[in-house]
Ligand binder design. Structure first.
Ligand SMILES: NC(=O)c1ccc[n+]([C@@H]2O[C@H](COP(=O)([O-])OP(=O)(O)OC[C@H]3O[C@@H](n4cnc5c(N)ncnc54)[C@H](OP(=O)(O)O)[C@@H]3O)[C@@H](O)[C@H]2O)c1
Length: 316
């Protein structure tokens, strides 16, 4: 006699295994998709040609090098992205609210990678900021080739336990600033095409998460926005990539939250900002549409994308 419970458990386990394998395969295939095929050397300045090996000093050539703007580039994942770009010889514009961390990032990056780093202390949540930054870039005649929209607000509390003002701030920073920066800087990117936009979403944007309701909704908006924008900008030779990391240990609260909510698998999935930045930049320059750094996160993201939304929300 078969035990009914045992049979049920076996079927569920088998199902989950199939989903994992299918999800992983889909995720790998998806992540390997490129826009317009592999990057070619088109004779003109192509950022993919600037894959300089570690330790190469690009001083002297830096005035000719294109710029990458990292919105939220003074610390965390944004700093990891800035570092990976500097390593490839890009001059940088870092945007954040606090001048002390911006200046610390500037002196570290200039000392190690010998690139120019400009810093702008601006609040990306404000309506005027994107226009002011675009104006500043035009006045300085910045040769902008890469735009990275990184700054965002998350945390362990979400709808409805956060005050309405904080939720509005989350929507403005996570969604509106990304939309506005892409909009106002598009003409400059177009002038310097082929060019690249990297939008930072999250694995949380791949499924509805009741405990992170508005956060996952804002990040889902970024995933959809990036896919559509990539399609719209194809003819202008601007590719748009969307980074969807799992947990990244940028601050102690994230370590504690990951341990509490995702347990051992979350701790294994977590990556450093340095690693995430490196993967993000490498794949952005290869024109990947969706970037999920780390093997466990790739498997999880594959599962999340094929599960019906009701089940995904229940699982979380
Ligand atoms: N860490 C994770 O586990 C994780 C996982 C998935 C996705 N993400 C996403 O990755 C992005 C970066 O996260 P993170 O953990 O690296 O954050 P972080 O360490 O807090 O760094 C955020 C960066 O953005 C800047 N910033 C924040 N608010 C800003 C504002 N209103 N105006 C201008 N700059 C602002 C910060 O500088 P100032 O404070 O000086 O302004 C800093 O440079 C976010 O979009 C987040 O949702 C994070």
């Amino acid at each position: 006699m078969y035990n009914n419970n045992a049979v049920k458990k076996t079927i569920i386990l088998f199902g989950l295994l199939l989903i994992s394998v299918a999800g992983f395969t889909q995720s790998m295939a998806f992540n390997d998709m490129q826009v317009g095929g592999p990057v070619k050397n088109c004779g003109e300045l192509s950022v993919a040609n600037y894959e300089l090996p570690d330790g190469i000093n690009v001083a002297g050539a830096m005035d000719d090098m294109p710029y990458a703007l990292v919105a939220g580039g003074s610390k965390g994942i944004g700093y990891g992205i800035a570092e990976a770009l500097a390593k490839r010889g890009y001059n940088l514009i870092l945007v954040a609210r606090h001048m002390d961390t911006l200046l610390a990032a500037k002196s570290r990056l200039e000392a190690i990678y010998h690139v120019h780093v400009e810093v702008l202390d601006k609040d990306l949540e404000r309506d005027e900021t994107a226009t002011e930054i675009a104006q500043w870039c035009r006045e300085k005649n910045i040769k902008l080739k890469v735009l990275c929209n990184v700054a965002g607000l998350g945390g362990s509390k979400d709808y409805p336990s956060l005050p309405l003002d904080t939720l509005r701030y989350m929507v403005r920073l996570n969604v509106e600033s990304c939309m506005a920066m892409s909009y106002t800087l598009l003409p400059l990117l177009e002038q310097n095409a082929p060019a690249y936009i990297l939008n930072v979403a999250s694995m949380a944007g791949l499924a509805p998460i009741p405990a992170k309701n508005m956060y996952s909704a804002t990040k889902a908006a970024i995933v959809f926005f990036s896919y559509s924008l990539n399609y719209q900008l194809k003819k202008k030779h601007i590719s748009v990539s969307c980074l969807c990391p799992g947990p990244v240990f940028t601050k102690p609260e994230i370590v504690a939250d990951t341990k509490k909510k995702l347990g051992a698998i979350g701790m294994k999935m977590a990556l450093t900002p340095h690693k995430v930045g490196e993967v993000a930049v490498r794949k952005t320059l290869k024109k990947r549409r969706l970037i999920v750094p780390g093997t466990i996160a790739k498997i999880m993201s594959g599962i999340l994308r094929i599960l019906p939304r009701g089940i995904a929300a229940g699982l979380y």
